[in-house]
Design a protein around this ligand. Structure first.
Ligand SMILES: *[C@@H]1O[C@H](CO)[C@@H](O)[C@H](O)[C@H]1NC(C)=O
Ligand SMILES: *[C@@H]1O[C@H](CO)[C@@H](O)[C@H](O)[C@H]1NC(C)=O
Ligand SMILES: *[C@@H]1O[C@H](CO)[C@@H](O)[C@H](O)[C@H]1NC(C)=O
Ligand SMILES: *[C@@H]1O[C@H](CO)[C@@H](O)[C@H](O)[C@H]1NC(C)=O
Ligand SMILES: *[C@@H]1O[C@H](CO)[C@@H](O)[C@H](O)[C@H]1NC(C)=O
Ligand SMILES: *[C@@H]1O[C@H](CO)[C@@H](O)[C@H](O)[C@H]1NC(C)=O
Ligand SMILES: CC(=O)N[C@H]1CO[C@H](CO)[C@@H](O)[C@@H]1O
Length: 392
Protein backbone atom coordinates (compact mmCIF):
# COMPACT_ATOMS: atom_id res chain seq x y z
CA UNK A 1 0.00 0.00 0.00
CA UNK A 2 1.25 3.50 -0.80
CA UNK A 3 0.78 6.04 1.93
CA UNK A 4 -0.01 9.63 1.00
CA UNK A 5 1.14 12.27 3.50
CA UNK A 6 -2.52 13.01 4.31
CA UNK A 7 -3.21 9.38 5.00
CA UNK A 8 -0.19 9.16 7.28
CA UNK A 9 -1.24 12.28 9.19
CA UNK A 10 -4.76 10.91 9.69
CA UNK A 11 -3.45 7.52 10.72
CA UNK A 12 -1.09 9.09 13.28
CA UNK A 13 -3.90 11.24 14.66
CA UNK A 14 -6.10 8.16 14.99
CA UNK A 15 -3.35 6.39 16.90
CA UNK A 16 -2.67 9.20 19.32
CA UNK A 17 -6.33 9.84 20.13
CA UNK A 18 -7.45 6.24 20.48
CA UNK A 19 -7.94 5.01 24.03
CA UNK A 20 -5.08 2.75 24.98
CA UNK A 21 -6.34 -0.78 24.46
CA UNK A 22 -5.86 -2.95 27.50
CA UNK A 23 -3.92 -6.03 26.45
CA UNK A 24 -3.15 -9.30 28.12
CA UNK A 25 0.46 -9.22 29.28
CA UNK A 26 0.91 -12.98 28.88
CA UNK A 27 3.51 -14.09 26.39
CA UNK A 28 5.48 -10.82 26.40
CA UNK A 29 8.92 -10.54 27.97
CA UNK A 30 8.99 -7.93 30.73
CA UNK A 31 11.69 -6.15 32.69
CA UNK A 32 11.58 -6.65 36.44
CA UNK A 33 14.34 -4.87 38.31
CA UNK A 34 17.60 -6.05 36.75
CA UNK A 35 16.07 -9.23 35.30
CA UNK A 36 13.75 -10.24 32.48
CA UNK A 37 10.61 -12.31 33.07
CA UNK A 38 8.11 -14.17 30.92
CA UNK A 39 4.72 -15.02 32.36
CA UNK A 40 6.06 -14.53 35.87
CA UNK A 41 9.12 -16.80 35.50
CA UNK A 42 12.74 -15.83 34.84
CA UNK A 43 13.61 -15.39 31.15
CA UNK A 44 17.25 -15.77 30.08
CA UNK A 45 18.45 -13.42 27.34
CA UNK A 46 21.20 -15.33 25.59
CA UNK A 47 21.88 -15.78 21.92
CA UNK A 48 23.26 -14.25 18.77
CA UNK A 49 22.88 -11.49 16.18
CA UNK A 50 21.56 -12.30 12.72
CA UNK A 51 21.14 -9.09 10.75
CA UNK A 52 21.07 -11.14 7.57
CA UNK A 53 18.26 -13.63 8.23
CA UNK A 54 15.54 -11.37 6.79
CA UNK A 55 17.53 -9.28 4.33
CA UNK A 56 19.25 -11.83 2.09
CA UNK A 57 16.26 -13.26 0.22
CA UNK A 58 16.48 -16.55 2.11
CA UNK A 59 13.64 -19.07 1.84
CA UNK A 60 11.50 -19.88 4.86
CA UNK A 61 13.35 -23.23 5.06
CA UNK A 62 16.67 -21.38 5.31
CA UNK A 63 15.27 -18.97 7.90
CA UNK A 64 14.11 -21.95 9.91
CA UNK A 65 17.60 -23.47 9.72
CA UNK A 66 19.15 -20.20 10.92
CA UNK A 67 16.99 -20.11 14.05
CA UNK A 68 17.29 -23.85 14.61
CA UNK A 69 21.11 -23.57 14.58
CA UNK A 70 20.94 -20.76 17.16
CA UNK A 71 18.45 -22.63 19.36
CA UNK A 72 20.64 -25.75 19.30
CA UNK A 73 23.51 -23.61 20.59
CA UNK A 74 21.26 -22.67 23.53
CA UNK A 75 20.00 -19.34 22.19
CA UNK A 76 16.69 -17.91 23.39
CA UNK A 77 16.94 -14.46 21.83
CA UNK A 78 18.16 -13.09 18.48
CA UNK A 79 18.81 -9.49 17.46
CA UNK A 80 17.99 -8.63 13.86
CA UNK A 81 17.45 -5.67 11.52
CA UNK A 82 13.95 -4.33 11.03
CA UNK A 83 15.04 -1.90 8.31
CA UNK A 84 16.38 -1.65 4.82
CA UNK A 85 15.87 1.80 3.32
CA UNK A 86 16.50 2.12 -0.41
CA UNK A 87 16.12 4.62 -3.24
CA UNK A 88 15.97 4.25 -7.02
CA UNK A 89 19.76 3.94 -7.33
CA UNK A 90 20.29 1.12 -4.82
CA UNK A 91 16.98 -0.78 -4.82
CA UNK A 92 18.21 -3.35 -7.34
CA UNK A 93 21.06 -4.33 -4.97
CA UNK A 94 18.62 -5.86 -2.48
CA UNK A 95 16.19 -8.79 -2.69
CA UNK A 96 14.31 -7.40 0.33
CA UNK A 97 13.63 -3.81 1.43
CA UNK A 98 11.12 -2.25 3.81
CA UNK A 99 11.12 1.43 2.83
CA UNK A 100 11.59 3.22 -0.50
CA UNK A 101 12.62 6.88 -0.71
CA UNK A 102 11.60 8.84 -3.81
CA UNK A 103 13.28 12.06 -2.76
CA UNK A 104 11.62 12.99 0.52
CA UNK A 105 8.60 10.80 -0.20
CA UNK A 106 8.95 7.49 1.66
CA UNK A 107 6.76 4.47 0.93
CA UNK A 108 6.59 1.34 3.10
CA UNK A 109 6.96 -1.93 1.16
CA UNK A 110 4.30 -4.19 2.66
CA UNK A 111 4.50 -6.89 -0.04
CA UNK A 112 6.38 -10.16 -0.46
CA UNK A 113 9.76 -8.41 -0.80
CA UNK A 114 8.91 -6.19 2.20
CA UNK A 115 7.06 -6.67 5.47
CA UNK A 116 5.50 -9.97 4.39
CA UNK A 117 9.06 -11.26 4.36
CA UNK A 118 9.52 -10.04 7.94
CA UNK A 119 6.32 -11.93 8.84
CA UNK A 120 8.21 -15.04 7.67
CA UNK A 121 11.21 -14.18 9.85
CA UNK A 122 8.91 -13.98 12.86
CA UNK A 123 7.21 -17.28 12.00
CA UNK A 124 10.59 -19.04 11.70
CA UNK A 125 11.80 -17.61 15.02
CA UNK A 126 8.56 -18.63 16.71
CA UNK A 127 8.80 -22.19 15.35
CA UNK A 128 12.16 -22.46 17.15
CA UNK A 129 11.03 -20.81 20.40
CA UNK A 130 13.23 -17.77 19.78
CA UNK A 131 12.31 -14.16 20.58
CA UNK A 132 13.48 -11.22 18.47
CA UNK A 133 15.09 -7.91 19.37
CA UNK A 134 14.30 -5.76 16.33
CA UNK A 135 16.41 -2.69 15.51
CA UNK A 136 14.58 -0.05 13.46
CA UNK A 137 17.38 1.95 11.80
CA UNK A 138 21.18 2.10 11.45
CA UNK A 139 23.80 4.69 12.31
CA UNK A 140 25.86 3.32 9.44
CA UNK A 141 25.03 3.40 5.75
CA UNK A 142 24.56 -0.37 5.52
CA UNK A 143 20.92 -0.99 4.54
CA UNK A 144 20.15 2.71 4.25
CA UNK A 145 19.66 3.91 7.79
CA UNK A 146 19.97 7.44 9.16
CA UNK A 147 21.93 8.82 6.21
CA UNK A 148 19.26 7.62 3.76
CA UNK A 149 16.67 9.67 5.69
CA UNK A 150 18.88 12.76 5.97
CA UNK A 151 20.16 12.67 2.39
CA UNK A 152 16.77 11.90 0.82
CA UNK A 153 14.82 14.48 2.83
CA UNK A 154 17.34 17.31 3.31
CA UNK A 155 19.74 16.79 0.41
CA UNK A 156 23.02 14.97 -0.12
CA UNK A 157 25.89 15.85 2.19
CA UNK A 158 23.71 17.22 5.01
CA UNK A 159 24.95 16.46 8.57
CA UNK A 160 24.38 12.92 9.86
CA UNK A 161 23.22 14.25 13.24
CA UNK A 162 20.26 16.09 11.69
CA UNK A 163 18.66 12.65 12.01
CA UNK A 164 18.24 13.45 15.71
CA UNK A 165 17.17 17.09 15.44
CA UNK A 166 15.44 17.92 12.13
CA UNK A 167 11.66 17.80 12.51
CA UNK A 168 10.96 16.56 8.95
CA UNK A 169 13.42 13.69 9.41
CA UNK A 170 12.01 12.83 12.84
CA UNK A 171 8.48 12.75 11.38
CA UNK A 172 9.63 10.44 8.57
CA UNK A 173 11.26 8.07 11.07
CA UNK A 174 8.12 8.06 13.22
CA UNK A 175 6.03 7.24 10.13
CA UNK A 176 8.27 4.24 9.51
CA UNK A 177 8.10 3.17 13.15
CA UNK A 178 4.33 3.48 13.09
CA UNK A 179 4.02 1.20 10.04
CA UNK A 180 6.50 -1.40 11.32
CA UNK A 181 5.67 -1.51 15.03
CA UNK A 182 1.88 -1.33 14.59
CA UNK A 183 1.96 -4.45 12.44
CA UNK A 184 3.45 -6.49 15.31
CA UNK A 185 1.93 -4.96 18.46
CA UNK A 186 0.21 -8.25 19.37
CA UNK A 187 3.12 -10.53 18.40
CA UNK A 188 4.76 -12.19 21.46
CA UNK A 189 7.73 -13.39 19.36
CA UNK A 190 8.96 -9.80 19.43
CA UNK A 191 11.13 -9.37 22.55
CA UNK A 192 11.45 -5.64 22.05
CA UNK A 193 12.30 -2.72 19.77
CA UNK A 194 15.56 -0.83 19.47
CA UNK A 195 15.77 2.80 18.34
CA UNK A 196 18.93 2.38 16.25
CA UNK A 197 22.02 0.30 15.72
CA UNK A 198 24.98 2.12 17.28
CA UNK A 199 23.67 5.71 17.27
CA UNK A 200 26.47 8.27 17.22
CA UNK A 201 26.78 11.96 16.29
CA UNK A 202 28.78 10.90 13.24
CA UNK A 203 27.99 8.27 10.64
CA UNK A 204 29.70 6.61 7.71
CA UNK A 205 30.50 9.97 6.09
CA UNK A 206 32.13 12.78 8.04
CA UNK A 207 29.20 15.19 7.55
CA UNK A 208 28.35 16.66 10.97
CA UNK A 209 26.82 19.89 12.26
CA UNK A 210 29.43 20.22 14.97
CA UNK A 211 26.70 20.92 17.53
CA UNK A 212 25.67 17.35 18.42
CA UNK A 213 26.22 16.41 22.09
CA UNK A 214 25.04 13.66 24.38
CA UNK A 215 22.04 15.86 25.19
CA UNK A 216 21.04 15.92 21.49
CA UNK A 217 20.77 12.13 21.38
CA UNK A 218 19.25 11.74 24.87
CA UNK A 219 16.48 14.18 23.90
CA UNK A 220 15.86 12.20 20.71
CA UNK A 221 15.76 8.95 22.75
CA UNK A 222 13.10 10.41 25.07
CA UNK A 223 10.98 11.41 22.07
CA UNK A 224 11.29 8.25 19.98
CA UNK A 225 11.04 5.74 22.83
CA UNK A 226 7.89 7.38 24.21
CA UNK A 227 6.46 7.46 20.67
CA UNK A 228 6.96 3.68 20.41
CA UNK A 229 5.32 3.21 23.81
CA UNK A 230 2.33 5.26 22.60
CA UNK A 231 1.62 2.76 19.83
CA UNK A 232 2.84 -0.43 21.52
CA UNK A 233 2.48 -0.98 25.25
CA UNK A 234 3.24 -4.72 24.97
CA UNK A 235 6.91 -4.69 24.07
CA UNK A 236 10.14 -3.57 25.69
CA UNK A 237 12.14 -0.69 24.24
CA UNK A 238 15.94 -0.33 24.24
CA UNK A 239 18.45 1.88 22.43
CA UNK A 240 20.85 -0.46 20.53
CA UNK A 241 23.94 1.62 21.30
CA UNK A 242 27.58 0.77 21.87
CA UNK A 243 27.30 1.90 25.49
CA UNK A 244 29.71 4.86 25.62
CA UNK A 245 29.87 6.57 29.02
CA UNK A 246 30.18 10.31 29.62
CA UNK A 247 32.24 10.27 32.81
CA UNK A 248 34.48 13.07 34.05
CA UNK A 249 37.15 11.08 35.87
CA UNK A 250 38.95 9.44 32.92
CA UNK A 251 40.32 10.39 29.50
CA UNK A 252 39.67 6.93 28.00
CA UNK A 253 37.85 7.62 24.69
CA UNK A 254 35.03 5.17 25.49
CA UNK A 255 34.19 7.05 28.70
CA UNK A 256 34.15 10.69 27.53
CA UNK A 257 30.82 11.03 25.72
CA UNK A 258 32.69 11.92 22.56
CA UNK A 259 30.35 9.91 20.32
CA UNK A 260 27.23 11.63 21.65
CA UNK A 261 26.22 8.77 23.92
CA UNK A 262 25.86 9.03 27.71
CA UNK A 263 24.99 5.53 28.89
CA UNK A 264 23.87 6.69 32.34
CA UNK A 265 21.58 9.48 31.08
CA UNK A 266 20.06 7.21 28.43
CA UNK A 267 19.40 4.32 30.83
CA UNK A 268 17.65 6.78 33.15
CA UNK A 269 15.06 7.66 30.45
CA UNK A 270 11.72 6.34 31.75
CA UNK A 271 10.55 4.90 28.40
CA UNK A 272 13.81 2.93 28.00
CA UNK A 273 13.26 -0.51 29.58
CA UNK A 274 16.72 -2.04 29.22
CA UNK A 275 20.28 -0.93 28.48
CA UNK A 276 22.52 -2.20 25.67
CA UNK A 277 26.22 -2.11 24.94
CA UNK A 278 28.72 -3.51 22.43
CA UNK A 279 32.35 -4.57 22.83
CA UNK A 280 34.95 -4.28 20.01
CA UNK A 281 38.25 -3.28 21.67
CA UNK A 282 40.38 -3.78 18.53
CA UNK A 283 38.10 -1.63 16.35
CA UNK A 284 38.06 0.98 19.11
CA UNK A 285 41.81 0.81 19.77
CA UNK A 286 41.18 -0.13 23.41
CA UNK A 287 43.90 -2.72 23.98
CA UNK A 288 45.55 -1.54 27.22
CA UNK A 289 46.54 -3.58 29.14
CA UNK A 290 44.93 -6.04 26.67
CA UNK A 291 41.66 -6.15 24.73
CA UNK A 292 40.54 -9.01 26.95
CA UNK A 293 41.17 -7.16 30.22
CA UNK A 294 39.87 -3.81 28.96
CA UNK A 295 36.68 -5.61 27.91
CA UNK A 296 36.21 -7.14 31.36
CA UNK A 297 36.27 -3.63 32.83
CA UNK A 298 33.75 -2.47 30.20
CA UNK A 299 31.41 -5.31 31.21
CA UNK A 300 31.82 -4.60 34.94
CA UNK A 301 31.11 -0.89 34.49
CA UNK A 302 27.89 -1.57 32.57
CA UNK A 303 26.94 -4.08 35.22
CA UNK A 304 27.44 -1.24 37.71
CA UNK A 305 25.03 1.02 35.80
CA UNK A 306 22.54 -1.86 35.65
CA UNK A 307 22.49 -1.88 39.47
CA UNK A 308 22.43 1.92 39.79
CA UNK A 309 19.38 2.34 37.52
CA UNK A 310 17.83 -1.02 38.49
CA UNK A 311 17.14 -1.95 34.86
CA UNK A 312 18.39 -4.98 32.88
CA UNK A 313 21.47 -4.44 30.69
CA UNK A 314 22.47 -6.66 27.75
CA UNK A 315 25.90 -7.02 26.15
CA UNK A 316 24.25 -7.38 22.75
CA UNK A 317 27.26 -7.40 20.36
CA UNK A 318 30.88 -8.32 20.88
CA UNK A 319 33.70 -9.69 18.84
CA UNK A 320 37.40 -10.25 18.32
CA UNK A 321 38.89 -12.16 15.41
CA UNK A 322 40.15 -15.73 15.50
CA UNK A 323 43.79 -14.60 15.62
CA UNK A 324 43.16 -12.15 18.49
CA UNK A 325 43.13 -14.62 21.41
CA UNK A 326 39.50 -15.24 20.60
CA UNK A 327 38.83 -18.35 22.65
CA UNK A 328 40.40 -17.08 25.87
CA UNK A 329 38.86 -13.63 25.45
CA UNK A 330 35.36 -15.00 24.88
CA UNK A 331 35.69 -17.32 27.87
CA UNK A 332 36.75 -14.39 30.05
CA UNK A 333 33.98 -12.08 28.78
CA UNK A 334 31.21 -14.69 29.07
CA UNK A 335 32.41 -15.65 32.57
CA UNK A 336 32.61 -12.03 33.70
CA UNK A 337 29.14 -11.24 32.36
CA UNK A 338 27.52 -14.34 33.83
CA UNK A 339 29.30 -14.31 37.20
CA UNK A 340 28.84 -10.58 37.74
CA UNK A 341 25.11 -10.85 37.02
CA UNK A 342 24.83 -8.95 33.74
CA UNK A 343 21.24 -9.46 32.55
CA UNK A 344 21.93 -10.87 29.06
CA UNK A 345 24.56 -11.66 26.39
CA UNK A 346 24.31 -11.88 22.57
CA UNK A 347 27.34 -12.62 20.38
CA UNK A 348 28.08 -11.08 16.95
CA UNK A 349 27.17 -13.15 14.97
CA UNK A 350 25.12 -16.23 14.04
CA UNK A 351 26.14 -18.48 11.16
CA UNK A 352 24.59 -21.37 9.23
CA UNK A 353 26.01 -23.72 6.60
CA UNK A 354 23.41 -23.78 3.81
CA UNK A 355 23.77 -26.12 0.86
CA UNK A 356 23.99 -22.93 -1.25
CA UNK A 357 26.92 -21.71 0.87
CA UNK A 358 27.61 -20.22 4.29
CA UNK A 359 25.67 -17.23 5.61
CA UNK A 360 27.42 -13.81 5.48
CA UNK A 361 30.41 -13.08 7.69
CA UNK A 362 31.13 -9.33 7.77
CA UNK A 363 34.62 -9.80 9.16
CA UNK A 364 33.98 -8.09 12.54
CA UNK A 365 34.11 -11.43 14.35
CA UNK A 366 33.98 -15.09 13.47
CA UNK A 367 30.48 -16.39 12.72
CA UNK A 368 29.16 -19.09 15.04
CA UNK A 369 28.87 -21.84 12.42
CA UNK A 370 27.69 -25.29 13.57
CA UNK A 371 30.46 -27.84 13.86
CA UNK A 372 33.07 -25.32 15.07
CA UNK A 373 34.79 -24.92 18.44
CA UNK A 374 33.16 -21.50 18.74
CA UNK A 375 29.71 -23.05 18.39
CA UNK A 376 30.52 -25.42 21.27
CA UNK A 377 31.81 -22.54 23.38
CA UNK A 378 28.55 -20.62 22.85
CA UNK A 379 26.67 -23.78 23.85
CA UNK A 380 28.74 -24.19 27.02
CA UNK A 381 27.99 -20.68 28.29
CA UNK A 382 24.30 -21.05 27.38
CA UNK A 383 24.15 -23.83 29.95
CA UNK A 384 25.99 -21.64 32.51
CA UNK A 385 23.74 -18.60 32.20
CA UNK A 386 20.59 -20.74 32.26
CA UNK A 387 21.86 -22.47 35.41
CA UNK A 388 22.49 -19.02 36.93
CA UNK A 389 18.96 -17.89 36.08
CA UNK A 390 17.29 -21.19 37.01
CA UNK A 391 15.86 -21.53 33.50
CA UNK A 392 17.66 -24.69 32.35
C1 LIG B 1 20.49 6.75 -3.33
O1 LIG B 1 21.35 6.55 -2.22
C2 LIG B 1 22.70 6.37 -2.61
C3 LIG B 1 23.47 5.96 -1.36
O2 LIG B 1 23.36 6.94 -0.38
C4 LIG B 1 23.21 7.63 -3.27
O3 LIG B 1 24.54 7.46 -3.66
C5 LIG B 1 22.35 7.95 -4.47
O4 LIG B 1 22.72 9.19 -5.03
C6 LIG B 1 20.87 8.01 -4.09
N1 LIG B 1 20.05 8.10 -5.29
C7 LIG B 1 19.00 8.91 -5.40
C8 LIG B 1 18.20 8.82 -6.66
O5 LIG B 1 18.69 9.70 -4.51
C1 LIG C 1 4.69 9.57 -2.94
O1 LIG C 1 4.91 8.33 -3.58
C2 LIG C 1 3.70 7.63 -3.83
C3 LIG C 1 4.09 6.26 -4.34
O2 LIG C 1 4.93 6.35 -5.45
C4 LIG C 1 2.83 8.42 -4.79
O3 LIG C 1 1.63 7.75 -5.00
C5 LIG C 1 2.54 9.81 -4.19
O4 LIG C 1 1.85 10.60 -5.11
C6 LIG C 1 3.86 10.48 -3.80
N1 LIG C 1 3.54 11.70 -3.06
C7 LIG C 1 4.15 12.85 -3.31
C8 LIG C 1 3.75 13.99 -2.42
O5 LIG C 1 5.00 12.99 -4.17
C1 LIG D 1 28.96 15.10 29.05
O1 LIG D 1 28.07 15.56 30.07
C2 LIG D 1 28.25 16.89 30.45
C3 LIG D 1 27.31 17.17 31.59
O2 LIG D 1 27.69 16.39 32.69
C4 LIG D 1 27.97 17.79 29.27
O3 LIG D 1 28.19 19.15 29.64
C5 LIG D 1 28.88 17.41 28.12
O4 LIG D 1 28.51 18.17 26.98
C6 LIG D 1 28.75 15.93 27.80
N1 LIG D 1 29.76 15.59 26.80
C7 LIG D 1 29.47 15.50 25.51
C8 LIG D 1 30.63 15.16 24.61
O5 LIG D 1 28.35 15.61 25.06
C1 LIG E 1 34.27 7.49 37.72
O1 LIG E 1 32.95 8.04 37.64
C2 LIG E 1 31.91 7.09 37.51
C3 LIG E 1 30.63 7.83 37.24
O2 LIG E 1 30.37 8.75 38.23
C4 LIG E 1 31.88 6.18 38.73
O3 LIG E 1 30.88 5.22 38.60
C5 LIG E 1 33.25 5.50 38.85
O4 LIG E 1 33.26 4.71 40.02
C6 LIG E 1 34.36 6.51 38.91
N1 LIG E 1 35.62 5.80 38.84
C7 LIG E 1 36.62 6.07 39.66
C8 LIG E 1 37.87 5.27 39.47
O5 LIG E 1 36.53 6.93 40.52
C1 LIG F 1 47.22 -12.66 23.02
O1 LIG F 1 47.60 -12.91 24.37
C2 LIG F 1 49.00 -12.88 24.59
C3 LIG F 1 49.24 -13.31 26.02
O2 LIG F 1 48.46 -12.57 26.91
C4 LIG F 1 49.54 -11.48 24.28
O3 LIG F 1 50.93 -11.43 24.45
C5 LIG F 1 49.19 -11.11 22.83
O4 LIG F 1 49.54 -9.76 22.57
C6 LIG F 1 47.68 -11.27 22.60
N1 LIG F 1 47.39 -11.07 21.19
C7 LIG F 1 46.53 -10.15 20.75
C8 LIG F 1 46.29 -10.06 19.27
O5 LIG F 1 45.93 -9.42 21.53
C1 LIG G 1 30.33 -24.56 8.51
O1 LIG G 1 31.28 -23.67 7.94
C2 LIG G 1 32.43 -23.45 8.75
C3 LIG G 1 33.26 -22.37 8.08
O2 LIG G 1 33.61 -22.72 6.82
C4 LIG G 1 33.17 -24.76 8.91
O3 LIG G 1 34.31 -24.57 9.74
C5 LIG G 1 32.25 -25.78 9.57
O4 LIG G 1 32.87 -27.04 9.67
C6 LIG G 1 30.96 -25.91 8.77
N1 LIG G 1 30.04 -26.76 9.53
C7 LIG G 1 29.43 -27.80 8.97
C8 LIG G 1 28.50 -28.53 9.90
O5 LIG G 1 29.55 -28.11 7.82
C1 LIG H 1 32.68 3.20 12.43
C2 LIG H 1 32.25 1.80 12.20
O1 LIG H 1 32.54 0.91 12.97
N1 LIG H 1 31.52 1.59 11.12
C3 LIG H 1 31.11 0.28 10.73
C4 LIG H 1 29.78 -0.06 11.29
O2 LIG H 1 29.34 -1.33 10.87
C5 LIG H 1 29.27 -1.51 9.47
C6 LIG H 1 28.81 -2.92 9.23
O3 LIG H 1 27.46 -3.06 9.54
C7 LIG H 1 30.63 -1.20 8.81
O4 LIG H 1 30.52 -1.27 7.42
C8 LIG H 1 31.09 0.18 9.24
O5 LIG H 1 32.41 0.41 8.74
Amino acid sequence: MKLSPTFVALALAAVSFANPVSRASSGYVQASGQAFTLDGAAYTVYGENSYWVGLSGYSTTQMNQAFSDIATAGGTTVRTWGFNDVNATVVSNYPIYYQYFDGANATINTGATGLENFDNVIAAAKANNIKLIVTLTNNWSDYGGMDMYVNSILGYGQPHDYFYSNSEVITAYKNYINAFVSRYVDEPTIFGWELANEPRCTGTTSATSGTCTTTTITTWIEDISSYIKSIDSNHLVGLGDEGWFNWTNTTDFAYTGSQGIDFDANLAVSSIDFGTFHLYPFTWDETTPSADVWGQGWIENHRGAQATYNKPVIMEEFGVLADQNQTQTYKDWYSTAITDGLSGVLIWQAGSNYSSGNTPDDGFAASVYPGTDLYELVQTYAAEIKARDGTS
